[in-house]
Write a protein that binds this ligand. Structure first.
Ligand SMILES: [Zn+2]
Length: 482
């Protein structure tokens, strides 16, 4: 159970009322002593509310629309990437302690080298991979995230946009759109929260509000709040020391409100001393992973956008998974196969091939798609049946929790007899508790003239397999073994 913590403002009001009544004076002093020793009733900074013409629902919708655009424009890593899953778990811990309205927070990692993070109205939060690479400890990463969560809590984006709209619109029209067509009017006025948007830049006032709320969120989650300020200051120092182009954007979007570290320290002093969390194993694991990753620079992302191509390594999580109905031919030395034209071929003539949606593949793990490879049976002249069972044995060696479901069947593909086997295993996609969800693997083996076996493993989370199967079958129908 979480402790009940009252607001600083509420607390002041309460004691004022009590002190006004002389007969309650004694009670008030008892209460004051009790408050001083009770960590549960410590005051927290409360969100402020300002002029905002967007309703909460509109704000959420606005954030969703802009998040979809961001995912088109930036190389956002897929949700099943272990680093993304770690950031999402850390985000979920922090938002449990976010005050105010419960926005539908969601966290994403952008495969970009620059140190940056930004929050869209209503909950979407994007953290660049470079930020994780640069964080010296988990509290620093948590600090950046708590700061971004606080911008969402405070509705800084839509409050800024509201001010702008109020300045642009005659009062009569502004009054008329309240609760009516705010989103349409905002679009008409060119108000957008997408990549590089003016409304992602925060004022110094917004910054100090986000620092204070962020301090409490970090403290309540168990992270040392001063690490947030330490991280910001580290970046500023680096910038002063040589205008590092990797941190410009972050500093310009989150300007120092002045004495950031002092303000955080003062807020911490109002809270009971506590021990803070050490770096988790998950954080260390994520650090090791990101150390080996090569995120794009913003310039590289901009270049791919100009060429009209999807950005590298990430693409919208899930958006390209749905296979397109129109097919494209892939010609390999050993076979021809057609595949959905919005999917991609990974690998080449000399290697095993994976055909998959870009966001279905991460760190060599395939969540959606098909792997195609050649299997050399242990002895020459083996039947396809025996060779298939050998192959399944070797697949299980690298994926020990794979289990066959049902019997293997004989199928005909373009007049050639092959074998078909369904397996259940673990997907690289994890559920909310961090456990892998079930994966369905449909293995098809086909004989080749040289005595080897061509095999295809069609992969999908079990929950989506029925939806993916028609596309897999359409691909299989085009297979011509050479
Ligand atoms: Zn900020």
């Amino acid at each position: 159970m979480r402790p009940i913590c009252t607001a600083k403002l509420l607390l002041a009001d309460l004691s004022f009322q009590l002190m006004n009544s002389s007969c309650l004076r004694l009670l008030a002093s008892i209460l004051a002593v009790w408050l001083a020793v009770s960590p549960c009733l410590e005051a927290r900074v409360q969100p402020t509310y300002g002029f905002d013409i967007f309703s909460q629902d509109e704000e959420i919708q606005l954030g969703k629309q802009n998040a979809a655009e961001v995912m088109q424009q930036l190389p956002v890593l897929p949700d099943f990437d272990p680093v993304v899953q770690y950031v999402q778990r850390l985000g979920a811990k922090l938002t449990q302690h976010a005050p105010g309205y419960h926005w539908p927070y969601n966290f994403h990692v952008v495969n970009v080298k620059e140190i940056n993070a930004f929050a869209l109205p209503g909950g979407p939060i994007f953290v660049n991979l470079g930020t994780i690479q640069a964080a010296d400890n988990e509290a620093q990463l948590a600090g950046v995230m708590a700061h971004e969560i606080s911008h969402v809590v405070q509705r800084h984006g839509t409050r800024g946009a509201s001010k702008q709209m109020a300045a642009q619109l005659p009062l009569a029209i502004l009054g008329g759109i309240l609760g009516n067509s705010t989103l349409a009017k905002a679009a008409e006025l060119g108000i957008s929260f997408g990549v590089g948007s003016y409304f992602l830049k925060n004022s110094r006032q917004s910054e100090s509000e986000a620092d204070l709320l962020g301090t409490d969120i970090m403290y309540d989650t168990g992270y040392e709040p001063r690490q947030m300020a330490v991280f910001f200051e580290k970046l500023e120092k680096q910038m002063g020391a040589g205008a590092n182009s990797l941190i410009n954007q972050f500093i310009s979007d989150h300007p120092n409100p002045g004495n950031r570290a002092d303000a955080v320290s003062k807020e911490v002093q109002t809270l009971t001393k506590r021990t803070y969390l050490a770096d988790s194993d998950e954080f260390r694991d994520a650090k090791a992973r990101v150390a080996g990753m090569k995120p794009l620079t913003s310039a590289e992302v901009a270049a791919t956008q100009k060429q009209g191509g999807a950005p590298g390594a990430g693409a919208p999580s899930g958006a390209d998974v749905k296979p397109s109905a129109s097919l494209k031919v892939f010609s390999h030395g050993e076979y021809d196969i057609s595949y959905p034209e919005n999917w991609q071929v990974f690998g080449d003539q000399s290697s095993n091939v994976t055909i998959a949606p870009k966001s279905g593949v991460s760190q060599n793990a395939v969540a959606y798609g098909v792997m195609i490879a050649n299997y050399q049976p242990e002895e020459s002249g083996e039947s396809l049946d025996v060779a298939t069972h050998e192959l399944l044995g070797s697949l299980r060696q690298s994926n020990p929790d794979m289990k066959q479901i049902g019997h293997d069947e004989t199928i005909r593909v373009n007049g050639v007899s092959g074998k078909s086997v369904d397996l259940i295993g673990s997907s690289p996609i994890k559920d909310a508790q961090g456990k892998p969800i079930e994966e369905r693997d449909w293995v098809v083996t086909m004989p080749r003239a040289d005595g080897t076996v061509l095999y295809l493993v069609f992969i999908s989370p079990d929950r989506d397999f029925a939806g993916m199967r028609p596309a897999f079958e359409a691909m299989l129908r085009t297979l011509k073994v050479k």
